[in-house]
Design a protein around this ligand. Structure first.
Ligand code: CA
Length: 235
């Protein structure tokens, strides 16, 4: 069975280009030119990946993304959001709404295909990486034993606080995926109102001193400028 991709894009030339490249790569491509059609398709059929433009006539991509994440056959489907505006707030809103990655227009097809492959690879490999059932995370030099809450880097055991461990686990379980500071706060600190986004930066700095060869030139926990952090994609 071939991999099914839903392409949601209102501009016909871009949609056609996406369809062409994805088809050539062997994907079974379904197209939608607006948010209403996209939602109808996502409600009735399962897709392995959704490429979703943000700026759409009628129902916008953010709303589509949120709706897809709430119910239906594509709650877990990787979503690559495509935004025309490469601004911090748009990107954060996109990631908060449940997208797994984002790509700013204009983008090259090579870049797009690389992101698509990475998302599909991760989905196939891990399913639900940060959740129950995953006992260990191996990512490059890092090994995390989730049940025992132990971690080591380059064979050396790490002495981590609860927050450091949780943050590292969250990032390392989804290499290459950007997490906004807001998302990290929500996931690692829960609803604790006394911590701020600055706290995330502080814990990341501490983690880097413990796990990086050179904390000033990190190779594992990378900064996504203006957005947040991601774990290096070692594949
Ligand atoms: Ca558009």
């Amino acid at each position: 069975m071939s991999t099914r991709v839903l392409v949601v894009e209102d501009e016909p030339p871009i949609r056609e280009l996406l369809r062409l490249h994805l088809s050539l790569a062997g994907f079974d491509v379904t197209e939608a030119g607006d948010g209403t059609r996209a939602l109808a398709l996502a409600r009735s059929q399962h897709f392995d990946l959704i490429v979703l433009d943000v700026m759409l006539p009628g129902i916008d991509g953010i709303t589509v993304c949120r709706a897809v994440r709430v119910e239906g056959a594509n709650v877990q489907t990787p979503i690559l959001m495509v935004t025309a505006r490469d601004t911090e707030s748009d990107t954060v809103i996109g990631l908060e709404s449940g997208a797994d990655d984002y790509l700013a227009k204009p983008f090259g097809m090579r870049e797009l295909m690389a992101r698509v492959s990475a998302l599909l690879r991760r989905a196939a490999r891990a399913g639900e990486p940060a959740d129950a059932g995953v006992r260990s995370v191996h990512s490059g030099d890092l090994v995390i034993d989730v049940e025992r809450r132990l971690a080591s880097v380059r064979g050396e055991p790490l002495d981590l606080t609860k927050q450091e461990f949780d943050l590292l686990h969250l990032l390392a379980a989804r290499p290459g995926i950007v997490f906004s500071r807001e998302a990290l706060l929500a996931k690692v600190w829960g609803g604790d109102t006394y911590v701020t986004e600055r706290t995330v930066d502080t814990v990341v700095s501490r983690l880097r001193r413990k796990i990086e060869r050179d904390a000033q030139d990190p190779e594992l926990i990378l900064t996504a400028w203006g957005v947040g952090y991601k774990f290096a994609d070692v594949d």
